[in-house]
Write a protein that binds this ligand. Sequence first.
Ligand SMILES: NC(=O)c1ccc[n+]([C@@H]2O[C@H](COP(=O)([O-])OP(=O)(O)OC[C@H]3O[C@@H](n4cnc5c(N)ncnc54)[C@H](OP(=O)(O)O)[C@@H]3O)[C@@H](O)[C@H]2O)c1
Length: 323
Amino acid sequence: MKAIVLKKFGGPESFELQDVKIPEVGIGELLVRVIATAINPLDYQIRRGDYPDYVPLPAIIGHDVSGVVEKVGPGVADFAVGDEVFYTPQIFGPKGGSYAQYNVVPETLVTRKPANLTHEEAASTTLVGGTAWEALVTRARLRPAESVLIHGGAGGVGSIAIQLAKAMGATVYTTCRERDQAFVRELGADHAIDFTSQDYIKEIADLTGKKGVNVVFDTIGGMTLSQSPHVLSDAGRVVSIVDLATPQNLVAAWGVNAEYHFVFTRQNRGKLLALKTLLESGRVRPIIGAKFSLEQIPEAHSVLERGEVDGKPFHGKVVISVA
Ligand SMILES: NC(=O)c1ccc[n+]([C@@H]2O[C@H](COP(=O)([O-])OP(=O)(O)OC[C@H]3O[C@@H](n4cnc5c(N)ncnc54)[C@H](OP(=O)(O)O)[C@@H]3O)[C@@H](O)[C@H]2O)c1
């Protein structure tokens, strides 16, 4: 099969298109013909060498699949050849990622593709959608009529998180650039705060009458953990999905009985089933910003890292048509 192989840690030129053996299918596993995948910040973080201990080289990486079951291993109960499926391969798992024509995956991580979506649309949702679900539903336990501040609402995770939070009946505050405000409002954000020119702590105080929000969802990092108590209501929850690069002083968290959660997303079918229901109902929609082929993955990495296609900023996921 054709695969984009990471040969060394470094820039996009560290990838090479190669012919490699199709992986063996084990007990409880599926061989899936990958029709589409997508690019995530995790992919370029791995590529540039942020996780050397977890990714032995050479490696096939990639964290979104939409495709068709080509073969089932012994003991597979829920899938048959020809089923259309979508999923995130096991992150740092032994069977490799999605930058290839085929992927082998435990059936427990997979569900059927939403019937109303193309493979490209479905592939654009699995990692970001699963992460947003885990953060807002599993960890923050966001409830109807509560409020949430989503940092980075115009990004891949943020744009699904806004839609999910609205579907759950929450009031959504989000941070983004001025140029992204119409986009996040169209996704359902009730209030958009320009992080380049406004002080979000003051804005949240003004907008909530000093009550604060019930949940902060951080997709950006920096000083968010130590700042969150200043925007939280009493017993509020903070969920972070980013590396803790800077030590932070959480003394203010004490005063508001804050609850902190750190998420490195785990794959499972349950989250995907919930996401599939939301996608099929139209309450969450995929957003595609740029499309490339398997061979163009190095270019697709540059596009995501620069945040620009043809010199212009874009919204939504960078997807890859493999078939
Ligand atoms: N722990 C986990 O399980 C997990 C899972 C998925 C993702 N992640 C991590 O979460 C982060 C976000 O992922 P993503 O896919 O959403 O990335 P993304 O698509 O690149 O989105 C990031 C967004 O944040 C905006 N932004 C930059 N600085 C900001 C600031 N100070 N305040 C508010 N918004 C700001 C960016 O705008 P501009 O592009 O205009 O600067 C962009 O719209 C990445 O670090 C990723 O690795 C973690």
